[in-house]
Design a protein around this ligand. Structure first.
Ligand code: XMP
Length: 319
């Protein structure tokens, strides 16, 4: 007779037993896993927990504010919010290779995280949102149990030099169970039902070099797209939906004039684990409505395409 309520109580007891009076830090990304870890730990150990949110400036519109408001104001969790967007965007200037973007962001993330954790005087434990599939994957990849999580998949992948013991309360859970636990903990649906979002954020949705201006432009497009998806009641039917800013200018016509502006692509897929994915079959009327809004409301974009590639052979992200 296993229920989420029982899991919650057991997990809290296990955390207390493991941590004692020690101090714990947790890297918050705004995603479901680290959010649930933070709230669960806070329930178990209160102010022995400090969360660090490294803001790389490549989040969706409004998401950084939402993280701060939710965790600091609503859950009263100690939270360090470090706006490191100048640093990240500065180091990304001129970088076009997708893997170099990822490595740059991963390296800076660790640097900034370490700096912030030193500022608060360090901690005894590092909390991570490792899930059961991550455990399986690292076991099969290394031939034995591993404490490191996929560097590719999570901003929480921190180096061993940090020498903190790990607290991983979600190690036995699958994603849907993590969501159920989040609901059990009273977390808002906007967080527990959120689509996956890649650690490198919008950087891998801007083919070519990344600038603040491009990220701002993409945020406008992305907001309209997600807004229409929610209004149509489709958000929960889709695994991931997002816009990509294309490094292409095309000719268009607006009023009496000719435009020569950027093109964007929209992507939406269904999936159960991100390993394979199918295109979401929107009604054409939905797509044309979104396209009209984008071209009319976002200065600088004059063409919208819909990506109809499944995975494989495509990947979900463009980079
Ligand atoms: P792909 O593009 O490989 O994406 O089909 C599969 C899933 O992984 C996410 N993704 C990432 N997540 N860091 C992350 O944390 C990354 O570098 C990264 N690249 C892809 C992607 O959003 C999808 O859910």
């Amino acid at each position: 007779d296993w229920t989420m309520g029982a899991f919650r109580a057991e997990a809290i007891q296990r955390i207390r037993d493991q941590v004692g009076s020690g101090r714990v830090i947790c890297g918050l990304s705004g995603g479901v896993d680290s959010s649930v870890v933070a709230v669960l730990l806070h329930e178990a150990i209160g102010d022995q927990l400090t969360c660090i949110y490294v803001d790389h400036g490549l989040m969706r519109a409004g998401e950084s504010d939402q993280v701060v408001t939710t965790f600091r104001d609503r859950f009263n969790i100690r939270l360090v919010h470090r706006d490191a967007s100048d640093l990240f965007l500065g180091q990304l200037a001129g970088v076009t290779d997708p893997e170099v973007k990822r490595k740059t962001i991963g390296r800076l993330f660790i640097e900034v995280f370490e700096e912030e954790q030193r500022k608060i005087g360090g901690a005894d434990f590092l909390a991570q949102g490792t899930l059961y599939p991550d455990v399986i994957e690292s076991v099969s990849a290394t031939g034995g149990p591993s404490v490191t999580i996929k560097s590719h998949h999570n901003v929480g992948g921190l180096p061993k030099e940090m020498r903190m013991r790990l607290v991983e309360p979600l190690r036995d859970l699958f994603k849907d169970e993590v969501r159920a636990l989040g609901r059990e903990l009273g977390m808002p649906e906007a967080i527990v039902g959120r689509h996956p979002f890649p650690g490198p954020g919008l950087a891998i949705r801007i083919p070519g070099d990344v600038t603040r201006e491009k990220a701002d432009l993409l945020r406008l497009v992305d907001t309209i797209y997600l807004d229409e998806i929610r209004k149509a009641g489709l958000y929960d039917k889709i695994w991931q939906a997002f816009a990509v800013l294309l490094p292409v200018r095309t000719v268009g016509v607006m009023g009496d004039g000719r435009t020569y502006d950027q093109a964007c692509a929209l992507r939406a897929v269904t999936s159960t684990d991100g390993m394979t994915a199918d295109v979401y079959p929107f009604e054409m009327s939905f797509l044309t409505r979104v396209a009209n809004r984008i071209v009319n409301e976002v200065r600088g974009i004059n063409r919208v395409t819909y990506d109809i590639t499944s995975k494989p052979p495509g990947t979900i992200e463009w980079e």
